[in-house]
Design a protein around this ligand. Structure first.
Ligand code: COA
Length: 530
């Protein structure tokens, strides 16, 4: 059992906790923007039409009092589009079956898909496919966001491709159509295994009446072109005609209930023990200044069952903590940065540990707080590149499921070695304290300054020191802003920013979802350069 050394009476703890609570208040404020959707005017109009909001639809679809793990609620943060990207996505439980659920938010620009909506939707489908989770779409969308069509039209085809690939892989797809689903959007019900349409509300056609008039001169109306009744009685696109929204949700639940769905992965047995230390104390662990190291065992002690952790090679490569734990009864191998920098020993230890986890088919949890691999003559001569490459090789080719939590820094190739987004962890969440970039802002500005000075010297020019200072300040500020958790989450570089206190719950939900799929094939690693 980990013995915590966290002094909850210390000034350091108090300051860290206060800083984290401030960030969490900011997170709440940003998330409530997503919940507010298109704002009061559009929400009221939507209600006046007798319709439910996207989140209300989800709430009525999932089992009462079951958790809904919302994904990427901050999508589009920092962009020209409203926070949330006009779609809600997440993992919810319907009739005891974990499903990926997405719901268009029709109060935001008619539920039209902008580039961030597309990224979020594609990520949802990817999660459904990799984890073998039935995929339920609650559809009501104006299709492509027309002003940004160039960003989405061509890549957007993947939405429909993924639906049919899910079906081919044996993962059921369900479309509950509440409203507009025209043009490309018509292929969402078109490609889904099960289709429910709400009477007098669903409108599913390749082209609406004006377009048909332009194309062929034919006079038509919404109902005869794409109404729910027409699709249920004539075209056969609708399998079920729902009398209203609640009926559609009820039918959706019945469809999932009748799948006879069985999870294929590991199911923990026996009672699960809570950690000995309180999750609340996770608020006071990460220092505001990420240059100050912290012991990740303090985090593991508040996330792992019984605060138990069997540490592997604790005396070797001590900047990286590795070892075995359980979370909600699921065994995991943990890799956690302790002092930020990764040296050759840490890299070799990581590669060995990842191989061991693959041998025992144990999922891996990466707890990131790294400034990257060590630079400098001694380290280059000691082979830091090949050892870092070995760790990145092991992470890339490991086939056990990976989960990543960015607790603090995630800089340079450390982001890669510790299973950053490009290394395909099944899920990746950030704490509000997370920061990620190619390097720290001060270092980056400093490097640009040194390069600029050398370039001026080579051209025989006098270096403008005043302009250099201004450039450094500006670059530092911009890189800092672009390194922050909200910004990165806005770009879908994670699956969401979470409250550190929820880490154990979120990881437990993810581990359960992962185990909907059978165990993946064993790994074949490439050539290691020792
Ligand atoms: N792209 C960009 N903005 C869109 C949009 C789209 N595809 N669809 C709707 N919007 C905007 C509207 O311009 C409007 O903006 P405003 O309030 O600032 O004027 C806002 O979203 C709400 O639209 P509105 O038409 O008032 O909502 P509605 O609920 O009455 O109707 C639709 C929703 C989707 C039925 C209707 O807007 C529509 O037909 N849109 C075009 C659909 C289409 O042809 N899409 C192309 C698919 S490839």
């Amino acid at each position: 059992m980990i013995r915590s050394r966290l002094d909850t009476d210390s000034e350091d703890y108090r300051l860290r906790r206060e800083a984290m609570l401030t960030r969490l208040a900011e997170l709440d404020a940003e998330q409530s923007k997503a919940v507010a959707g298109g704002g009061q005017k559009y929400v009221e109009r939507h209600r006046a039409r007798g319709k439910l909001l996207a989140r209300e639809r989800i709430e009525l679809l999932v089992d009462p009092d079951s958790p809904f793990l919302e994904l990427s609620p901050l999508a589009a943060w920092g962009s020209e589009f409203p926070v949330g990207a006009s779609v809600v996505s997440g993992i919810g439980v319907i009739e005891d079956v974990e499903c990926v659920i997405t719901a268009n938010d029709p109060t935001v620009r008619g539920g039209a898909s902008n580039p961030w909506t597309l990224k979020k939707s594609l990520r949802a489908a990817e999660i459904a496919l990799r984890n073998r989770l039935p995929y339920v779409n609650l559809v009501e969308s104006g299709g492509a966001d027309l002003p940004t069509q160039k960003e989405i039209f061509i890549p957007g085809g993947q939405i429909f491709r993924d639906l049919t690939r899910l079906s081919a892989a044996g993962v059921p797809t369900v479309a509950l159509v509440f409203g507009n689903s025209t043009a490309g959007g018509a292929y969402v019900p078109g490609m889904s295994d099960h289709v429910v349409m709400v009477r007098e509300r669903a409108k599913v056609f390749l082209g609406g009446p004006p377009l048909v008039k332009m194309a062929t001169g034919e006079e038509s109306d919404d109902e005869s072109l794409g109404g729910a009744e027409m699709h249920a009685r004539i075209s056969g696109l609708a399998d079920h005609l729902a009398v209203d929204e609640l009926d559609a949700l009820r039918i959706g639940r019945r469809i999932i209930a009748s799948l006879g769905w069985r999870k294929r992965g590991f199911v923990p047995d026996g009672p699960v023990r809570e950690p000995v230390y309180a999750a609340d104390e996770l608020l006071g662990i990460v220092p505001e200044d990420l240059k100050v190291p912290f012991d990740p065992r303090e985090v593991i002690a508040r996330v792992a069952d019984g605060s138990e952790f069997d540490e592997f090679k604790p005396l070797y490569g001590a900047s990286l903590v590795t070892g075995w734990a359980k979370i909600h009864g699921y065994p995991v191998g943990v890799l956690a940065n302790a002092r930020g920098v990764l040296f050759s020993e840490e890299s070799q230890k990581a590669a060995q540990f990842i191989q061991l986890a693959n041998q025992s088919r144990t999922p891996l949890l990466f707890l990131q707080n790294t400034t990257g691999y060590m630079v400098g003559k001694d380290y280059e001569q000691g082979g830091i590149i090949k050892h870092g490459a070995m760790m990145i090789n092991a992470v890339s080719n490991s086939t056990v499921p990976h989960l990543t939590v960015v607790m603090g820094a995630s800089y340079g190739a450390g982001n890669y070695g510790m299973c950053g987004r490009a290394y395909d962890p099944r899920f990746l969440f950030s704490w509000p304290s997370a920061k990620s970039a190619v390097m720290g802002p001060a270092q980056l500005a400093g490097v640009m300054s040194i390069v600029g000075r050398a370039s001026a010297l080579a051209k025989g020019q006098v270096y403008d020191e005043e302009a250099d200072a201004a450039m450094r300040a500006m670059v530092e500020e911009r890189i800092e802003a672009e390194s922050l958790a909200f910004f990165l989450s806005g770009r879908l570089y994670d699956d969401g920013v979470i409250d550190p206190r929820d880490t154990r719950t979120v990881l437990g939900l993810c581990l359960s979802a992962i185990n909907s799929a059978p165990e993946p094939e064993p790994a074949g690693f490439g050539v290691f350069r020792p």
